[in-house]
Design a protein around this ligand. Structure first.
Ligand code: ADE
Length: 248
């Protein structure tokens, strides 16, 4: 998978050299290219923003550098391939595990993290005619720019790529993962030692009884979801819960 990021803070994306994403890059599973938007400016001050039409606070990112940058990046790919353009903005559609799964199936993503009050609307309109453009929010809060959302989205997407996580089964029980536990958050986990500061671990996990362990995990997941995210249970298909769940 190829990922391009256009930003005025290339150094903000340095965490993409670390850990899971860094290793996927080193192995050649991910081709990440970070670009400095100011390289597509032509004035002495490398200006990327200007005052908003209609007045109001803050500054708006000018369309010309984005247009030149995106044209050049799109042209650098194979002639028959177009990237999906991912535009982080608090006004976008929510970034969910479902969207991460969908985007992890695309060969090429271009991210356009903005600063200030956002990018001149005409850029989104222009590329919306040629590309699949997704305006995406990572949550109902406002950050100073889209770079942190890019880090969040790239990590969520990269760990889903085949061969990036050591054990493909690691996704299976993720909170929000499709499957039997789709509507439930992941429950608690334990490792050695068997006793720590006087606290043991639930006996069932030592029983070796796979059926009982699965049932216990489901009950814990249900309890945790009910406590932390009752909205998920209310929204879920009632058919996805069995009789035992309802007794909880
Ligand atoms: N830029 C600023 N805040 C954001 C958010 N919550 N999601 C995506 N991009 C953003």
């Amino acid at each position: 998978m190829r990922l391009d990021v256009v930003t005025i803070f290339p150094e903000y994306l340095e965490p993409l050299n670390v850990s899971l994403v860094g290793k996927a890059r080193a192995r050649g599973q991910l081709d990440v290219r970070i670009h400095d938007l100011r390289e597509w400016t032509h004035d002495k001050h490398n200006t990327v923003d200007d005052t908003p039409y209609g007045g109001g606070p803050g500054m708006v990112m000018k369309p010309e550098p984005w247009g030149e940058a995106l044209d050049e990046i799109i042209a650098s790919g194979p002639e028959d391939e177009r990237p999906v353009l991912v535009v982080p903005t608090p006004s976008g559609r929510p970034f969910t595990q479902e969207l991460a799964v969908e985007l992890s199936g695309k060969p090429w993503l271009v991210f356009t993290p903005a600063r200030y009050e956002g990018i001149d609307r005409r850029v989104i309109e222009e590329y919306g005619e040629r590309l699949d453009v997704r305006e995406v929010s990572i949550g109902d809060y406002v950050l100073a720019g889209g770079e942190a959302p890019v880090l969040v989205m790239v990590e969520a997407i990269a760990r889903l790529l085949p061969g990036v996580l050591g054990n493909a089964e690691s996704h299976r029980d993720d909170s929000f993962a499709p499957g039997a536990m789709a509507d439930l958050l992941e429950g608690p986990v334990y490792t050695k030692p068997p006793e720590w500061r006087g606290r043991g671990i639930p006996d069932v996990l030592l029983s070796g009884h796979h059926g009982k362990i699965a049932r216990w995990r489901r009950d814990e997941a249900f309890r945790r979801t009910d406590r932390n995210r009752p909205d998920l249970i209310e929204r879920a298909d009632p058919a996805s819960f069995d009789k035992k769940d309802r007794e909880m």
